[in-house]
Design a protein around this ligand. Structure first.
Ligand code: DX5
Ligand code: ZN
Length: 220
């Protein structure tokens, strides 16, 4: 199974957003990754509801919403209303991560939990049976175009053995620094979903890059 590709529109051309989404529609991408930032949990502010709603109108792929915001539980219901399919929250940003995950699942969408590069996989142990997706940040959250932190591969392997034991249907997503080389290694280590921003959108032919990213990992 997989790899599933989730292109992050953070690196897309926002002057031509509908066109960029149509390119993703025409590709073999499996999701569209949306990075919401609040300027508090991470220094940057990205975009919010009006953009997500707009993307949802054009997109034919399910929306994979990555919330880099504090107390994201407040926004779960309105995000479902604008078309979120996966809602991923940061472990570091939630007062009660278990309640947040349950609340997301109650709305009938997939719940994801993300951990930062410096957060160990072991923090997930207490509630690993709950999430549909666990996402590992391979870079510090907040900006696109960074280089993957090497220790991510070991974290993917550690997470893989944890979910095989306690929640085998849970998917592993990795976000940040994904390219053909790192993507292949992440997939080998056990990742199911690869979020990729700059590598896809800064390339000459994003649809082709998505297709190649997928086939490189599969055949690697
Ligand atoms: C970073 C975001 C990522 C970002 C990935 O905080 O969560 O989704 O768009 O960008 P690249 O693929 O350029 O590292
Ligand atoms: Zn992201």
């Amino acid at each position: 199974m997989g790899p599933f590709i989730s292109p992050s529109i953070l690196s897309a051309d926002f002057n031509n957003l509908a066109k960029e989404i149509q390119v993703i529609n025409s590709s073999s991408a499996d999701f569209i990754h949306l990075d919401v930032m609040d300027g508090v949990f991470v220094p940057n502010i990205s975009f919010g509801f009006p953009i997500i709603e707009h993307v949802n109108k054009v997109a034919t792929k399910p929306l994979d919403v990555h919330l880099m915001i504090i107390e994201p539980v407040r926004y779960v219901v309105p995000l479902v209303e604008v078309g979120a399919h996966i809602i991923t929250v940061h472990y570091e940003a939630c007062k009660d991560i278990e309640r947040t995950v349950r609340h997301i699942k109650k709305q009938g969408v997939k719940a994801g939990v993300c951990i930062n590069p410096n957060t160990p996989v072991s923090v997930l142990q207490d509630f690993i049976t709950e999430p549909d997706v666990v996402m590992l940040m391979a870079v510090e959250p907040g900006v696109g175009g960074q280089v993957l932190i090497e220790s991510t591969y070991a974290k993917v392997r550690e997470l893989k053995s944890m979910i095989e034991k306690y929640n085998p249907v849970c998917m592993i997503e990795v976000d940040g620094g994904v390219n053909y080389d790192t993507g292949e290694k992440l997939f080998e280590a056990g990742a199911d979903i690869l979020a990729s921003g700059s590598f896809v959108f800064k390339s000459e032919n994003p649809a082709d890059t998505i297709d190649r990213l997928k086939s490189t990992c599969m055949n690697g």
